[in-house]
Design a protein around this ligand. Structure first.
Ligand code: ZN
Length: 438
């Protein structure tokens, strides 16, 4: 075996490979950015000399979580406007605050704060859609997280895009700047929704995404009001309208998908459109409860996202998993659906598939990228351990994450950040919030 750079040893390993049981006393051997070996206590002893060692005794070792939808810099607006209907929240509070306060500097610090929060709660890959995305990409690059960073496209004046006729030109220029800019960052486009982007904008965004072989994200059927607006304008429900425009394909990522009829789900399954479920945002804005059980039964791949911090108000995917399971049970009045295993798949392997990254991440396997977290079980609320899946989904929180590794690099060790100065980032965002408040 090659001389490893990093050893994570002594824990209960959850590979998230379908059908594999948790492995006791497991050791991961990492060389560079790649998982080189998975050993159990009965296996050969690796040559530890010279390698960094993370002790995972009394820990669960698992794949880093995939936050498949967010607007990271919206941490700036955490708690600014709560308890309002989506349209009022968006048009009266959030859009005006964004127009007034977003610039390259504020987006950078807001995104960096979000990166800190996600590292601290075990997220290693993020799909982000926002404006001024060079700043977001720089923040993610400095944080060391893996990310799909998508430039927002909307047919209104937006931060960094005062002339909406230039929205796709700005998006294309962003993609060209970042397509080879970093091993961990992929650029892309994010169309805000069917009610804020014209048919022509949507089609051109898809054409560009396919030209660069990148995913296209869109908020889809988030509220009943949005569905009715699309029907009024086009005579069709949103997914049928997307089909009519020729937009349903594997590059499309539909976010929310709260209000879907069977026929729409059949089309999404037929064309392998990935869906991102954001239960906490849907609950907070009273958008409704997505039919996750039905989507999964029909073969749609569903990932999990926090959405922006202003509609959540945190970026902790452990909480999101808990809520995803419980919201589905409330919606169906069936305690069996959705279970802990499915929810954990959504936050790892299915999320990776939605983002087109399943060959690199989402499971712990030899040859995959070393995106790994450890979860410290030496806490009263995590004892005893009968079923690691249940413990992770229903008992743990992001605060129980001990170590975070992305692409073989340790970003948090024993809950201490290794790449970022958290105090500096929090101080900068407090400074910005003073201006937003005034
Ligand atoms: Zn969103």
């Amino acid at each position: 075996m090659v001389q490893p750079d990093l050893i994570i040893g002594g824990g209960t390993l959850l590979t998230m490979v379908q059908g594999e049981k948790p492995l006791q006393q497991a050791t991961l051997v990492i060389k560079g950015d790649t998982i080189e070996g998975i050993l159990t206590s009965s296996g050969e002893t690796p040559p530890f000399e010279g390698a960094q060692v993370l002790d995972a005794t009394d820990c669960i070792i698992m794949p880093g979580l995939v936050n498949a939808h967010g607007h990271t810099a919206m941490t700036l607006f955490r708690g600014l406007a709560d308890d309002l209907p989506l349209k009022q929240w968006l048009f009266e509070k959030i859009f005006p605050a964004e127009a007034k306060h977003l610039n390259e500097e504020t987006v950078y610090w807001g995104a960096l704060l979000g990166c800190l929060e996600m590292i601290a709660s075990g997220t290693t890959t993020v799909s982000d859609g926002y404006f001024l995305q060079d700043s977001t990409a720089r923040a993610f690059q400095n944080a060391g997280l893996r990310a799909l960073i998508a430039q927002g496209v909307i047919d209104f004046p937006a931060p960094g895009v005062p002339d909406p006729t230039q929205n796709l030109a700005v998006g294309k220029a962003f993609i060209e700047r970042w397509k080879h800019g970093s091993a961990l960052i992929r650029p892309g486009l994010f169309c805000h929704s069917l009610t804020t982007c014209s048919d022509k904008t949507l089609q051109e965004a898809m054409r560009l995404s396919q030209e660069f072989s990148l995913p296209l994200q869109i908020h889809l059927s988030e509220t009943e009001e949005e569905v009715e607006e699309v029907i009024r304008r086009t005579g069709k429900r949103p997914v049928l309208q997307l089909d009519h425009l020729g937009l349903l394909n594997e590059s499309l990522i539909g976010v929310h998908a709260v209000h879907l009829e069977d026929e729409e789900m059949d089309l999404l399954a037929r064309d392998k459109v990935g869906i991102v479920h954001c239960p906490e945002s849907n609950m907070k804005l009273a958008s409704g409860a997505a039919r996750v059980t039905d989507m999964v039964k029909k073969g749609i791949v569903v990932g999990l996202g926090t959405d922006g911090c202003a509609s959540n108000n945190n970026l902790d995917l452990f909480k999101e998993m808990d809520m995803a399971a419980k919201l589905s049970k409330v919606r169906t009045l069936d305690p069996v659906n959705i279970g802990a295993a499915a929810v954990l798949n959504m936050a790892t392997v299915w999320g990776a598939k939605v983002l087109g990254l399943e060959k690199e991440i989402g499971t712990i396997e030899v040859g995959k990228k070393a995106d790994i977290i450890t979860l410290d079980l030496r806490k009263p609320h995590l004892v005893p351990l009968y079923n690691p899946l249940s413990t992770i989904v229903y008992s743990a929180s992001g605060a129980d994450v001990k170590d975070v590794i992305v692409n073989g690099r340790v970003l948090m060790k024993d809950r201490a950040f290794t790449a970022l100065d958290a105090e500096e980032v929090m101080a900068k965002v407090r400074e910005i919030s003073d201006k937003i408040r005034s």
